[in-house]
Design a protein around this ligand. Structure first.
Ligand code: F6R
Length: 588
């Protein structure tokens, strides 16, 4: 969501911070701010809107001569979007930036007000600064420790104290790393913010307090020094460039064949490295958003082909539901970032109940990757566009592999499927190369207000992702329905030229879906069929290459991703950073 970057060293901190913020902008971006410090004072500058506004503002102000600073991009949680509410927040000598949510902020604010502390903003973040100030009697670390012990919720904090050339960092349930360069240190909520300077970093664990000076770094927990392991990221600097593409989203879709090949490779070499799902009687797949829709495809495949009972739930629901666990249950968590607050909570709930957990995750150092009993990694690399594309495809690929591995096929069938899987990246390239076709269709629909996706069984799960992609980046209202369900109410919304995208890959029930398509066609809908067979009776028919049932969705969803992209482009939307959205949702 929000992004943090901090710097101490001999470079110009302003440039490091602004460049870092730009890299983090994709996470949350309704306002931004930075604070620079030297031995005497702290200067805070904030602005509403994108980082560019902050950058322009900074150009007009004389800046403090400094080696130290913190900066933030905000995605509002407490309080409206305004300069006052943007970070950093400064209360007396304490200046800080914060990612996360403090649930007892109002209660603490009232208590602190009674102690004579006044507040400038309506944020929960200012309460943290006030609390540290309240406890600060000279020993800053102790004050931070006391303050965080009062906080309920999640936080990643980068803190500076006026009059001291130090940087402090602490976190709980919200990621924060310390980057280590040549005689310089960084604090960041995501390695992408600092990858251009260093690939060496330390992962802060919950409630460890880091103190960074110009010459040293020390991490303590409960007052005792903790030896930290220095890690090296394999993220490449160039992964964060558009490489000539107009948008990150387009670049990331075009990367799908290569990252698919990379992800499948180890499993195709030795399928036995997959966990054995057959020993479980029930599987719960839990995730949010697109990851949850990938899970719905997994549910279809595991139920249909491996005959395992599967429950697929939104993590935000699952975490608060009464779940009857059986000892033979496996909980699969799917998350690109590995930091989604609801998915983390769902994982911890399963673990508290002694239920096995398996994560399908992209970021290897993330909380979910570290805490799940077992992880299967997708090799998406860095995904910058807010709307997930390549990571979703890889999540589906891993689920398809698991279903394939658990399915009771004979050796011959298995070998055939395996050799087909090897052709998948090439077939996917073919699908992605047909942009002109999707562009033509987008031109027909981009001015419409509503659009419907329909499909049965796995095609319904595909429809859900198609609909979400379209909504989030083009702001066109769309809904996905099981094809047979539309006539139970929603068909009343179909009128002349209402676009309906029908997904038809479930060939066993092809006639049933075709009947549903006829129902909307006869009410005037403009029908676009996406499937494995050409359908000549409708306005448009997009035919994708046919492959085995397990991997078919991987050749269909990219069509919907590109269609959403073309529509969003025609509607003039900010494709990589859709309004109100953030890449990694680290709050409930
Ligand atoms: C949609 C999208 C979101 C994420 C969801 C889960 O394009 O990106 O719906 O899929 O927020 O995020 P992760 O996978 O990081 O847990």
């Amino acid at each position: 969501m929000c992004g943090i970057v901090g710097y101490i060293g001999s470079r110009n901190p302003k440039s490091v911070l602004i460049e870092g913020l730009k890299k983090l902008e994709y996470r949350g971006y309704d306002s931004a701010g930075m604070a620079l410090a030297n031995q005497e004072e702290i200067q805070v500058i904030k602005s509403v809107g994108p980082v560019l506004n902050l950058e322009k503002k900074i150009e007009t102000i004389p800046l403090l001569n400094s080696h130290l600073g913190i900066a933030h991009t905000r995605w509002a949680t407490h309080g409206e979007v305004s300069e006052k509410n943007a970070h950093p927040h400064k209360v007396e000598k304490i200046c800080l930036v914060h990612n996360g949510i403090i649930e007892n902020a109002e209660e603490l604010r009232e208590q602190l007000k009674k102690e004579g502390i006044s507040f400038q903003s309506t944020t929960d973040t200012e309460v943290i600064a006030a609390l540290i100030h309240y406890y600060n009697e000279g020993n800053v670390e102790e004050a931070i420790e006391k303050a965080i012990s009062r906080l309920k919720g999640s936080y990643a904090l980068a803190i500076m104290i006026e009059g001291m050339e130090n940087l402090y960092a602490v976190r709980k349930d919200s990621p924060l790393i310390l980057g280590i360069g040549e005689k310089e240190y960084f604090v960041a909520s995501d390695i992408v913010a600092i990858i251009q300077y260093t690939n060496q970093y330390i992962l802060l664990e919950d409630d460890e307090i880091a103190k960074v000076t110009l010459h040293s770094m020390e991490v303590k927990k409960d007052g005792i020094i903790v030896e930290k392991k220095i890690l090296t990221t394999d993220l490449l600097k160039e992964e964060n460039n558009k490489n000539g593409y107009e948008h990150f989203m387009l670049k990331e879709m075009m990367e799908e064949p290569i990252v698919l090949e990379r992800t499948l490779k180890p499993f195709l070499e030795d399928i036995s490295i997959l966990p054995n799902l057959k020993k479980y009687e029930e599987i719960h797949i839990v995730a949010c958003g697109s990851a949850m829709y990938a899970g719905m495809i997994g549910k279809s495949l595991l139920e249909e082909k491996a005959h395992i009972r599967v429950v697929c739930e939104y993590a935000s629901e699952y975490r608060y539901k009464t779940i009857q666990y059986d000892r033979k249950t496996l909980v699969i968590l799917i998350s690109q970032s590995g930091e989604t607050a609801d998915t983390i909570a769902a994982m911890r709930k399963a673990k508290e109940n002694q239920i096995d957990t398996l994560a399908i995750v992209n970021v290897k150092t993330s909380t979910i990757a570290r805490e799940a009993d077992q992880s299967l990694f997708i090799e998406a690399g860095s995904e910058v566009a807010v709307a997930t594309t390549k990571a979703y495809i890889l999540q589906v690929a891993i689920l398809a592999l698991l279903a394939y591995d658990s399915a009771p096929c004979n050796e011959k069938e298995k070998a055939e499927i395996l050799s087909e899987i090897k052709t998948l990246p090439t077939l996917l390239k073919e699908v992605l190369a047909r942009r002109e076709e999707y562009h033509r269709i987008a031109k027909e629909i981009y001015k419409k207000e509503h659009l419907f996706f329909i499909g049965r069984k796995i095609d319904y799960a595909i429809s859900l992702e198609g609909s979400l992609k379209l909504k989030e980046i083009s702001y066109m209202h769309s809904e996905a329905y099981p094809a047979g369900e539309l006539k139970h109410g929603t068909i009343s919304l179909i009128e002349k030229d209402t676009p309906v995208i029908a997904i038809v890959t479930e060939e066993d029930i092809l006639e049933k879906t075709i009947s549903n398509i006829e129902e909307v066609k006869s009410r005037g809908a403009k029908v676009i069929v996406v499937g494995t067979q050409k359908q000549c009776n409708y306005d448009y028919s997009i035919t994708v290459p046919k492959i085995n049932f397990f991997f078919q969705p991987i050749l269909v969803v990219p069509v919907l991703q590109l269609l959403a992209y073309e529509v969003a482009k025609m509607r003039g939307c900010d494709i990589d950073k859709p309004k109100n959205l953030a890449k990694s949702v680290t709050v409930e």
